[in-house]
Structure formats: C-alpha cells, structure tokens
Design a protein around this ligand. Structure first.
Ligand SMILES: [Zn+2]
Length: 370
C-alpha cells in the first residue's frame, strides 16, 4: 500500500511481518505462467513504508502479477452495517485464508492511527478501507470492493510505470508495465486521475490516503509544476472539444482535427501519462478517420489497441471500436465525420460516453475511496 504508514517502523518486527520480509514474486502461490526470474521484490522504502522494486529489467507490456482477492466486500454491507460489524466479518474472512496469505493481509499498511486511535479495535476494517480496490463485476451489479495481497503494496505515482485492471472473468487483478522499468526502480500505479493539477492531486491523495506525493512530477521546482499544471488544463480543454463529435472540421480554431489530437498525444507524453496514452491515441484515430485519412487513423488505432489492452483488458467497447476501424476505416462510424460526409449511422454506438462526453469505458482503474 502506498500510504505512508502512520505506525512505528518497528511494527515490522511482529510475527506477520517476519513471514513476509523476504517475499518476492516467486512466493506461494506461484503465478500461472510466471516468469523464471522474479519481477519484483518487496522492500522498505524511505518515507513510504513498504513498496515493490523491480528485481530485474521489466519490458513494457509485461504482466508483473495477477492476483485474486484476499477479501471481497459488497459496498452495500459497508454502508448498512456499523464499522465494528464489518470489521468483525472482515476479520473472520481474512482469518480463514491460508496462513501466508492471511499474514500478508494483516501486514498491509493503513493510514489510520495518526490521531492516536488504535490499530487493534477495527484493524481488518482499517486495512480494508486503506487498501481496497473497486472491483464491480458488471454495470448494475453489486458495488464490490476487494483487497489483494502484493497489488496493495504498489505505491502511488503521478506518472506511474504500471497499470492494472480487474478481470471479472477470472476475478484476477492484473498489473502490467506501461513503460520499460529498470532494475531497482520502484513499481508505481495511479491511485487517482493523473489529469489533475498538482494542488488537486495533493489534496485528493492527502484526503483519502493521508500521504504527500514525492514522485518526480510532484517534486519539480515551482515553475516546472506551473508548466505541468498548464499542460493539464490544455489536456482537459482538448478532451472537451475533441469529444464533441458534432463539431465540423475547423482546424485549430475549433480545437478539433488531427493537429489538435496530435497535440493531445504530445501533452500526454510530456506529462508522463503512459498508463493513459490509449485515450489520446483513441482521439487521434478518430480525428484522422474523421478527416478521411484511413491510413493514419489505422496507425493511431493500432497504438490505442497496443496501449489499451494493457490497462483495460480485451473486453472493452472502445477497443472493439478500434478493431473495427483497423479492419475497415471507411465503414467505421467516424469515417469523414468531421467533414459532414458521414453516411455511417452508428456514431456513438461503439463507445458509450459519460456525462462529460468522454468514452466511459476508457478510463483506467483508480484506487478505491471507501
Ligand atoms: Zn505525484
């Protein structure tokens, strides 16, 4: 868990800690299809409690781990029951796990206790509230939240080098490298939407997880932070205009067209938003196709697929849309749509949009805010 532990560093002398001290990705139970050389090792990281470091070079696209939940909780129960009752149920559930798994659950960090409250009374609940991921299985289904060993140990970064998604078919949480990672580099994922200004990220991380981010993006000098914030505002503006599919082609003055989408891709790269690059490439594919350039549209769609499969899994509508575009740009709904010459009537059906006009299924997973 990324939240800087509020407990004494000496807490790691307890029994459960000792059992996980030497833990690596080679430990029980083994990853199916796991790698010959462990990808990561768990270590204490100054200022951050425990985190995971790359034990060897990891290539972009490599699956680093896949984990099924230690516990899975219905959000309705959390809302309806007193904390003590939920804590009791969680404690019973976690206690029935196999011994090594149980030890790993109870050894996860919490961001409770800074106010002097005890870790003991509702320990299982505190671990859950700090480490849970939203793992809803289907739209309209139960609001499920899950805690995973190892996955919960990956710390936050505002330019994460890993991304994860929950696969409802296998109940596995998959973690992939979204850039090449050097040996010794810390593995990071995004707990929050990275398309936020420094102040917004800082406030949200502090409010929900109780730590101050020290990642490279946050630790820049003030003038660099201001430049980064300007890029965030530009990204938001471009997303808003590009996602308005009713705008006719108008070049830079309308904020649409391939040049605007190319700028979006560049801004994502400059901000280090590797885990979200599929979103920029998706817009670029639509804009090239909307302008009637099927070749460039196909190239961007392939990059969107390459990136998106890593962070969202295969079963997403926006990926189906990109596959259809690659198969035949001219029959895709976006063909020449900015030119007002679109005879393909399926606009919007391939990819549902939320109230902000963005593709609802494209966003990457974020940590829970129980
Ligand atoms: Zn940061």
């Amino acid at each position: 868990m990324a939240a800087r532990s509020v407990f004494s560093p000496n807490a790691s002398t307890d029994k459960a800690s000792k059992e996980t001290e030497e833990k690596t990705s080679a430990d029980w139970p083994p990853d199916t299809g796991s790698l010959a050389v462990p990808a990561w090792t768990e270590q204490t990281i100054p200022g951050k409690d425990v985190g995971l470091l790359a034990a060897r070079p990891i290539r972009r696209g490599e699956r680093i781990m896949a984990r099924t939940p230690a516990v899975m909780v219905d959000g309705a129960a959390v809302d309806a029951l007193p904390v003590a009752a939920v804590a009791g149920l969680l404690h019973d559930a976690a206690s029935s796990l196999p011994r090594p798994h149980r030890a790993q659950f109870f050894n996860l960090s919490t961001n409770y206790g800074a106010d002097g409250s005890s870790k003991d009374a509702n320990e299982a609940y505190q671990i859950f509230a700090t480490n849970a991921f939203r793992t809803g299985i289907a739209d309209g289904g139960p609001d499920l939240h899950s805690v995973f060993r190892d996955v919960s140990r990956i710390n936050h970064g505002c330019q994460p080098n890993c991304a994860y998604f929950f696969d409802p078919a296998t109940l596995a949480h998959n973690v992939y490298a979204v850039v090449d990672i050097m040996q010794g580099e810390e593995l990071t994922v995004g707990y929050i939407d990275p398309v936020q200004t420094h102040a917004e990220r800082k406030a949200k991380l502090h409010r929900h997880w109780g730590f101050g981010c020290t990642c490279a993006r946050c630790a820049q000098p003030p003038h660099r932070v201001a430049e980064s914030d300007d890029r965030v505002r530009s990204i938001r503006s471009l997303l808003e205009t590009l996602d308005n599919y009713t705008t006719a082609a108008g070049g830079s003055e309308t904020g649409t067209g391939p040049a605007a989408a190319e700028l979006l891709v560049l801004l994502f790269a400059l901000e280090g938003l590797h885990a979200r690059m599929h979103e920029a490439e998706y817009r670029l594919a639509l804009e090239w196709n909307g302008a009637g350039d099927g070749l460039r549209a196909t190239q961007a769609a392939r990059r969107c697929l390459d990136r998106g499969l890593l962070v969202r899994g295969a079963e997403q509508a926006f990926l189906s849309s990109m596959r259809a575009l690659v198969a035949d740009p001219t029959t895709h709904w976006s063909w020449r749509f900015r030119l007002g010459k679109n005879d393909n009537k399926e606009q919007g059906s391939a990819c549902t949009r939320n109230e902000n006009g963005t593709a609802a299924d494209m966003g990457v997973s974020e940590r829970d805010e129980v």
